[in-house]
Each structure stands twice: as C-alpha cells, then as structure tokens.
Write a protein that binds this ligand. Structure first.
Ligand SMILES: *Cc1c(COP(=O)(O)O)cnc(C)c1O
Length: 405
C-alpha cells in the first residue's frame, strides 16, 4: 500500500504539470530576463505570463502589483519592514498571537530593539475557537499604527480571520494592512481589487509549486521600501536575478489552483469533513480545534485528550500515514504550540493535537484507511496512560491541568 500524505499545510507535492512547465527554463531557455537579446527576451515574456497568472489567482487589479520573492518568509519580512521604513513617524505594529513564526519572530525582534529604534507590538488575542475580538483590534488601532499584519488563515487550525473588514479599519487610520495568506491562497477564492488589503504574502511550496519562490502583492499606490537593493529587477522593488524556472512554475501552479478552487471547496472539503466526522464519532474525548464555521476546506486539527500527539504521529507513520503535530513545535520542545496556548486549549488536550491537512491529490479511499486506524491508535495509547481507564478519564481535568493563561 502506498503512503498517505496528509501534511499539505507543511508543504505540497509539485504538480507534474508545474515540473513540465519549468523544465525548459533550466536548459534551452536559460537567458537572463534583463538581457537585451532574444535569449533574455523569451524568458522575460514567460515571467510576464507568470505575473498575469498570479494576478488572476489573487484578483489583483494590475500585474505590476505582483513582486516575486524567495519565499513566504521573505514576503512577510519585506511587507512589515517596508511599512516601518515608509512611515518612520509611526512606531506601532498590530499583529495576532497566532501568526506564523515568520511574522511573530520578526515582531519580537522589532520589539527588542532598544530605545528610539524600538517598536510597540500589539498582539491581538484569540478566544477558545481561535477567533479575534474586533473590539480589541479597534482599541489598539490609532494614528501611531504603521502596519497591521494578520494572517488570512491559520496554518495549524485553518481558522479564517476577517481580514477584509480588518483592512478597512486599518485604512481608516492611515495604517497599512498586510496579510500572510500563505495558507489561504489556492484554497479559498480571493479578489484583492475589491478589498482594502495593501500587501499579501504567498509561498510556492504550499500550492504545488517548488520551494524557494514566493510572492509579495503590493497594491498600486502603497508606499513601499525594498528589503533587497541592487539591480532593477521587479521594478526596483526586489533586487536579484529572477529565479526564472521557479517563477514560471509558480505561474503554472497559480493557474491550476484557480482551476481547482471549486474542487478544493467541494471534494477536498468533503474528504476533510468525512475524516473529522468519523474520527470524532469513534474516539471519545476528542474535538476539533479552531473555528470550524470559518475554516479552510483542507484542514482538520483534532485534539485527543490524555494522549501525546507525537505518539499518534509515530503510530500513524508506521501505517504509512503522514500528518503533523499541532502540539509541540519542531524544535523538540514539549510545550504545546503558541496557537494552542493562545486559544487556551486545556493542557490535557493541547498535548494531543494532530493536524490533518489534505490536498487535491488525496482520495476518499485514503481517508477511509486513515479513519480505519485512528480509533485503534487512540485506544492503544490511552490504555498506556495513567490518566485513562475503563474508556474514560481517570482524573478530573481540573485536578491537574491548569488552562494556559
Ligand atoms: C509556510 C508558511 C510560511 C512560510 O513560507 P516559506 O515559503 O516556507 O518561507 C509563512 N506563513 C504561513 C502561514 C505558512 O504556513
């Protein structure tokens, strides 16, 4: 039996059509798009096509709003640092407690800068379903805010934030609005020209294109300062010779993502729903984390109380099933993730979270196989747990498990 990959929020398989589109740009079409001869010219035309493919996926008004970068992380850094440099009189950043480390760690770094170089960072809280409180957001927004950076969808739970509304509110205060949409792009429909979003990040490898290529969308008219200075590539907004093959692959991936958007929201969603429903029906003391009423169609993050998520992952891996732990960060720390902590998931459950993230390459047969093994794995691990006996918790949760602050 072949392996089953349910870790698509970590990275995705490159679509074979994307590989095919890229191949000529390693061999015959090796020109530098800045060159004044036909070698460069042909590649330049292909780059322009890729830009238009991204414009269409995002619903951007102009292809010039698409800047190619090296990854989602670079796009996030460029956006936030650009706003701070463009509006030096504004010293505050608003973000959320559940952002990807690409945003959170940059903000922490900015906060730690000393004295006049430092910034005030506001991290918006989320409730137990991972939802923001827009009243709290309204209170933090002011004419001191340079930029608001809030993810469109959370990578661990799939929870979708109301970024369009948030962008309108930021604009009313003259602040720029950036969204890390790495997980949202290709999974939910986007139409940026109808929003007040100024900047958006996406990453190739989360959308069936290669690793090492991304996009920063910058709305026309947004005050912008480049992170990398040098050559005049990307209209002077991101210097460095273009990663031509990968950009062309990302263009193809964008085209395919647009074609598959309905499939994602019907078939992929149906597989995700089936997986979640059957697991929750058969495993006691388990629940889906995040806001299941505003969620990406491909993601299910399930908390199995009184079990270590890592144990489940190891046993799933033995069955040829790849998922991911929402509970501990990859650094080997045993602390639950910042996302679970921000939601105040009880300790007994936060350690036992498993993220299943699907793609259009999964099949219902695979889902049935997964659903067939998860209840047995949960029962086995619980049979080894001192906190579990006779099919239920052996201790009252309150007895030993304080909620996170
Ligand atoms: C993966 C991811 C990133 C980082 O993208 P890279 O291309 O790997 O740098 C940023 N934000 C979110 C939400 C992600 O899921």
């Amino acid at each position: 039996m072949s392996d089953i990959y349910l870790d698509n929020n970590a990275t995705t398989k490159v679509d074979p059509q994307v590989v095919e589109a890229m191949l000529p740009y390693f061999t015959e079409q090796f020109g530098n798009p800045s060159s004044m001869h036909s070698f460069g010219d042909r590649v330049g035309k292909a780059l322009k096509k890729a830009r238009v493919q991204l414009q269409e996926l995002l619903g951007a008004a102009h292809e010039s709003e698409i800047i190619f970068t090296s990854c989602g992380t670079e796009s996030d850094s460029t956006a936030i640092l650009s706003a701070l440099k463009a509006m030096p009189e504004r010293r505050e950043v608003i973000t959320t407690a559940v952002e990807h480390p690409a945003v959170l760690n940059l903000c922490e770094h900015l906060e730690k800068q000393l004295g006049e170089d430092g910034y005030v960072i506001h991290r918006l809280h989320v409730d137990d379903k991972g939802r923001l409180d827009l009243a709290e957001y309204r209170k933090k927004l002011s004419d001191r805010t340079a930029i608001v950076s809030a993810m469109w969808a959370n990578n661990e739970t799939g929870t979708i934030f109301p970024v369009e509304e948030m962008a309108e509110m930021a604009r009313a205060h003259g602040a720029q609005f950036h969204t890390d949409a790495v997980q949202a792009v290709g999974k939910i429909p986007l139409d940026l020209k109808r929003t007040a979003i100024d900047m958006l990040s996406l990453s190739g490898h989360k959308l069936h294109a290669p690793k090492g290529v991304g996009v920063l969308y910058v709305r026309r008219g947004t005050r912008f300062r480049p992170l990398l200075r040098g050559g005049h590539q990307e209209r002077g907004r991101r210097a460095g010779t273009e990663n031509t093959a990968s950009i062309i692959g990302l263009g193809k991936a964008a085209e395919l993502a647009l074609e598959h958007l309905t499939f994602e929201n019907t078939c992929v969603k149906a597989m995700r729903d089936r997986l979640e429903r059957d697991i929750l029906a058969e495993v006691p003391n388990a629940f889906a984390t995040g806001d299941t009423s505003a969620r990406l169609p491909n993601t299910s993050n399930i908390a199995f109380e009184y079990i270590e998520g890592e144990g489940i992952l190891l046993m799933l891996n033995k069955e040829g099933i790849a998922a991911s732990s929402g509970s501990a960060c990859t650094s080997g720390s045993l602390e639950p993730s910042h996302v679970m902590r921000a939601m105040g998931i009880p300790y007994t459950a936060a350690h036992g979270t498993v993220r299943f993230s699907l793609s259009r390459y999964n099949t219902m047969d695979e889902i049935e196989r997964v659903v067939g093994v998860v209840p047995g794995i949960a029962a086995h691990l619980r049979s080894l747990s001192p906190y579990w006996s006779d099919g239920r918790p052996a201790v009252a949760e309150e007895a030993f498990a304080p909620r996170f602050a």
